[in-house]
Design a protein around this ligand. Structure first.
Ligand code: PHE
Length: 447
């Protein structure tokens, strides 16, 4: 990314795709996807996730990024520029959604840092999953520890934003992101060799109509948005930095493909091992962190592989966190004319304040409940199941109806798009996306 007149532009097409794929591929795939699948009936979550991502997620991502590029503005201003000022409040909702995601995302980023340090010290490489569960419980309920790790992760994120995205993180992620994929494949192969592992694969993909519920569908929709970083400002902002010489649909196809692949690989990495070790797939947010060390313990050079894996995971989480913070930093600059450093400082302070109760949700604040959920869970639920669907609906209405000619122009820019693809995008954005979002969101929220 290069700075000009306070607004960045991408150095190259590859830089843009890498950064956007970096935003999409993160903790969602490796931490959230396995436990969400585990607590929502496996295939009853995974199959709708795939269908929803292909049918509407991909198209919404294209529209969201095109809105950003067309308006040359992030979520806070883009709707206003393309439609009218009143629409800016919807954009603001996306900014808020992204910001609240980062508030809890940094906590899990901190968990990854902790497990990376542990792996460096050679701790925790054991196959006894009940001990691993105990260790995880002790760590997350230790406020001082988890806040320290969370703040370190936040400091890394802010640090990259201060010192420049292109020099540091783009270079590092060009190596570590592909490495993460390779590592996942190694772990999947090892996991599948465990006794009883195939039950996990069956759990993930065997169609079982009776397992579907309105709740699992809403969770699948929410996760589809989460995994594509949709409706949270980040992608609109990245789109606004993109030069007019790049094909948007092609880039978006790549980004979506990588996001889905990462999630499926993440699931295949965890779920077979969960079944082989006789763990409870619906154990919740700790699932990945209790399962992975046991798999490493069974690999030759397990410690080395664990260090490499967690380092990749930290970078994957960082590139996602950066995409959100870059968006909210840019928002304060555009909206209040702040300096970049001032905006980064404000964002960091607010994220510290919101992040601490998130970290404590697994310890001393675990019984402070709002609507029956901890502070962490409520932010997670509100963003994925309310903020993102509403934001997605707004994107569909603006892209499909209020600014369709501009979206059509974006579709054909630098690309010969076949007629069927244009029809698909048009039908999806005008009819399928709004209808599916409304039906699933209402059924899930009321049901
Ligand atoms: N897509 C990211 C992940 O899967 C999370 C994210 C959501 C990032 C929203 C940016 C905006 O980890």
């Amino acid at each position: 990314m290069q700075e000009n007149n306070g607004r960045s532009t991408w150095g190259s097409r590859l830089g843009f795709i890498l950064a956007s794929a970096g935003s999409a591929v993160g903790l969602g795939a490796i931490w959230k996807f396995p436990y969400m699948a585990g607590s929502n009936g496996g295939s009853a979550f995974i199959l709708p996730y795939i269908v929803l991502t292909v049918l509407i997620g991909f198209v919404l991502l294209f529209i969201e990024m095109s809105i950003g590029r067309e308006a040359r503005a992030g979520s806070g201003q883009a709707f206003g520029r393309l439609v009218n000022k009143r629409w800016n409040c919807v954009g603001l909702l996306s900014v808020l959604t992204g910001f609240l995601i980062l508030a809890f995302y940094q906590v899990i980023g901190g968990w990854c840092l902790n497990y990376m340090f542990d792996a460096c010290m050679g701790h925790g490489l054991i196959t006894d999953t009940s001990k691993l569960g105990e260790y995880f419980g002790q760590f997350v309920s230790n406020g001082a520890m988890s806040i320290t790790m969370q703040l370190s992760f936040l400091a890394l994120t802010a640090g990259v934003l201060i010192f420049g995205v292109q020099k540091g993180i783009e270079r590092v992620s060009k190596i570590l992101m592909p490495l993460l994929f390779v590592m996942m494949v190694v772990l999947i192969v090892r996991g599948l060799m465990l006794d009883g592992a195939w039950k996990g694969v069956e759990f993930m993909f065997k169609f079982d109509a009776s397992a579907f519920t309105s709740g699992s569908l809403l969770n699948a929709l929410g996760f589809s948005f989460f995994s594509l970083s949709l409706a949270s400002g980040a992608m609109m902002n990245y789109g606004s930095y993109l030069g007019d010489d790049v094909s948007m649909p092609r880039s978006v196809a790549w980004i979506s493909f990588l996001a889905v692949m990462a999630a499926l690989l993440g699931g295949l990495m965890i779920m077979p091992a969960v079944f082989a070790f006789g763990l409870d797939p619906s154990a919740g947010p700790g699932l990945t962190f209790v399962t992975m060390p046991a798999v490493f313990a069974q690999l030759p050079m397990g410690q080395l592989l664990a260090v490499i894996f967690y380092a990749c995971l930290v970078v994957a989480a960082l590139t996602s966190a950066i995409s959100i913070m870059e968006m909210s930093v840019q928002y304060l600059i555009d909206r209040f004319g702040m300096s970049r450093t001032g905006s980064i400082t404000w964002n960091t302070v607010l994220l510290v304040l919101l992040g601490i109760p998130c970290a404590l949700s697994f310890g001393s604040m675990s019984d402070v409940l709002f609507f029956g959920k901890t502070f962490f869970d409520i932010l997670d639920y509100m963003t994925s199941n309310i903020g993102m669907p509403i934001g997605g609906l707004a994107i569909a209405i603006v892209g499909g109806y209020l600014a369709w000619p501009a979206m059509r122009k974006q579709l054909h820019m630098n690309e010969t798009v076949p007629a069927w693809l244009e029809s698909f995008v048009k039908i999806s954005i005008k009819f399928i996306s709004p209808a599916v979002i409304v039906v699933i969101a209402l059924a899930g929220l009321l049901g």
